[in-house]
Design a protein around this ligand. Sequence first.
Ligand code: 5GP
Length: 110
Amino acid sequence: MTIFQKILDRQIPARIVAEDEHCLAFHDVNPQAPVHVLVIPKVAVRSLAEATDAGMLGQVMLMAARVARELGIEDSGYRVVLNTNGNAGQTVFHLHAHVLGGRVLTWPPG
Ligand code: 5GP
């Protein structure tokens, strides 16, 4: 079981930002920007590479936009990232979108 499944199951705590029937959003424990929230689907899918449900992916994206709006970074701008497998640095194998904002984000990423 992944650490994110334990957060979903309320076995370990997280600073929850938003929740609906499809997704949970919570602050990253090691933030890389003033706003750094993770959005996860309630269904356990290892990564974007293994996702087949377009509806689920859409719900994750809509929740990312909602979080950005509600945390006040919609107008200043934000980035949504899905690290996928090794070279991208994925460490938790429960699909998740990072929502990053509150500062200027350089491009390309390192
Ligand atoms: P990845 O590297 O897989 O794209 O992102 C995993 C993210 O999960 C990292 O940014 C890491 O800081 C975060 N993370 C890992 N364990 C926990 C945890 O127990 N709680 C929370 N809130 N975030 C975590």
